[in-house]
Design a protein around this ligand. Structure first.
Ligand SMILES: *[C@@H]1O[C@H](CO)[C@@H](O)[C@H](O)[C@H]1NC(C)=O
Ligand SMILES: *[C@@H]1O[C@H](CO)[C@@H](O)[C@H](O)[C@H]1NC(C)=O
Length: 198
């Protein structure tokens, strides 16, 4: 998880990052939850009140998300689109998208409770995205983009807030340390599976 209050990004002058790709929950969701039925949404005021044209885009914030702020900081672009947005321009695809979905978690039960996109489904979307990149820029350039991009993952807080501390199911099965271990094992599976696309 990126804490924007204290995180410092210093990019060397001679390094360019071609794209930023995000996975996870509301911290990095750019509006994916607008595109399927869920109560976990941010496409109404006061969300977006300080955004361009005071638009509520589905970002869970008054203005830019950490996804946008980091993309801007590393000079990729000002706004990162939600992958499910049907109007993404080709150039915007090439410089990166977000698969994040508000209120998802590492525990598949969390995304089920909240009707959010499970982390594993976000990887499936990522594989579809790679196929689209192949069509847009070819396989070699896709490899270049993915090898040199910044990947962000922020997830895990909803597993506690909306799941463990709210519903009894996991509390019966796990104490807090063993639930943490369960989440860590899910995180490491996520990272392992994400690598098979390269
Ligand atoms: C980037 O710049 C640094 C500092 O000037 C230098 O040490 C490094 O070799 C450069 N890297 C590349 C890939 O040019
Ligand atoms: C990307 O990185 C992988 C693993 O290091 C490497 O095998 C592959 O050749 C790279 N692709 C490109 C296009 O640089």
């Amino acid at each position: 998880m990126v804490n924007c209050g204290v995180a410092t990004f210093i990019m060397p002058d001679n390094v360019t990052v071609p794209a930023l790709i995000a996975f996870g929950d509301s911290i990095l969701d750019q509006g994916n939850n607008n595109y399927f039925p869920t109560f976990i949404r941010a496409n109404f005021p006061p969300y977006g009140m300080n955004f361009l044209g005071a638009r509520a885009t589905g970002r869970f914030t008054n203005a830019k998300t950490p996804t946008d702020l980091i993309a801007e900081k590393i000079k990729v672009k000002e706004y990162v689109p939600a992958y499910l947005n049907p109007f993404i321009q080709d150039q915007d695809m090439i410089t990166g998208v977000s698969f994040a979905s508000g209120a998802t978690g590492l525990d598949p039960l969390t995304s089920r409770i909240n009707s959010a996109i499970p982390m594993m489904d976000q990887l499936q979307m990522f594989s579809n995205y790679i196929r689209k990149l192949h069509v847009l820029v070819g396989k070699v350039e896709t490899g270049n983009i993915l090898n040199n991009s910044l990947f962000l993952v922020a997830t895990g807080s909803d597993d506690f807030v909306d799941n463990y501390f709210t519903y009894p199911i996991r509390k019966v099965q796990y104490d807090i340390p063993s639930y943490c271990n369960y989440l860590i094992s899910k995180a490491s599976t996520f990272v392992k599976i994400s690598k098979i696309w390269f």
